[in-house]
Design a protein around this ligand. Sequence first.
Ligand code: ASP
Length: 366
Amino acid sequence: MSNRRSFLHSSLLGSLGIFLTKKAGAVTRGPGDRASHIRGIGEVPGRVPGHPVVISTWDTGLAANKGAWEVLSRNGSALDAVEAGVKVTESSVNCCVGLGANPDRDGYVTLDASIMDHQFNCGSVAFLERIKHPISVARRVMEKTPHVLLVGVGAQQFAIAEGFPLEDGKLSEDAKKSYEQWLKKSEYKPVINIENTKSSAFGAAPSNDWGAAAPARLPNGKWNHDTIGMVAMDASGNLSGSVTTSGMGFKMRGRVGDSPIIGAGMFVDNEVGAVAATGQGEDVIRMCGSHAVVEFMRQGMSPEQACKAAVERIARIKKEKARDIQVAFIALNKKGEHGAYALQKGFSYALKNNNEERMVEVNSLI
Ligand code: ASP
């Protein structure tokens, strides 16, 4: 792995400056055959991989993977696993995801989530307030409505009708502290997930589209990771994915990121692979990030190569502003191979299968 990593590092394009001069649309092709994909939608292509496997973003993924593994190790479905897995993260008080997360700039925690199975069934919720498990509401949207996405008050109303308790809406202790500190300046500076900078949200840092300082850690010491994305393959070889998030801390009220947008924050094509994204959601949405990664894998790229090609595309779109954002993808293909790639260094993902349970450091473009 480390040889491979150093090879990839040395073969990176020298500097972002050189990279950014490449023509838009020039796609790096990876080795590998071009499989035929003329099977029925959602069919497992006659080959059952040896092991179930689950991967998820950031170190919070370790605990989430354990939750998913309880399902996978009992021969449960990938869909049940990715729901159970990210629910672990949604449940943790004072975490970056779920009701314990940082609020928007008006002081409300608003949540986005999506889930997708091996047959293109998908559901999501956005701008959902006071519901502890948005991922389960997303699953109900998928299973109990003819729709894919419910938002805001309507999503909350649906959740309550489905028996989800309406929580009190109070901020967690950590989020309260962060918000109080943010209120002192009340500057609108939404940036996410740049781990390699030593600066904080409240100190000097690179600027983004909004002229914003890039937060590495929040005042409470937490990394500004607002999201968990998870993809899994079960013992039958079926894939599913889930993402749940509070989005950007101190975001504009009503802002929705990539996580509930099927094809942007997460996508599953059971013939090819499953992908989840994290980082600056706006930039994932504008190039349908997770869908692009699946399509790159369909062309024969490995999961890491496919994630890299998508990150390169974002860098080409963003040009010099690419330095000021973070975006990362994790991917799993039909052979159970996994990989990831990030724009900035510092991203890692959690892996669990029958043989391994560990964090995997991820290569980056910058
Ligand atoms: N992608 C998420 C969003 O933009 C945030 C994150 O990944 O931390 O809402």
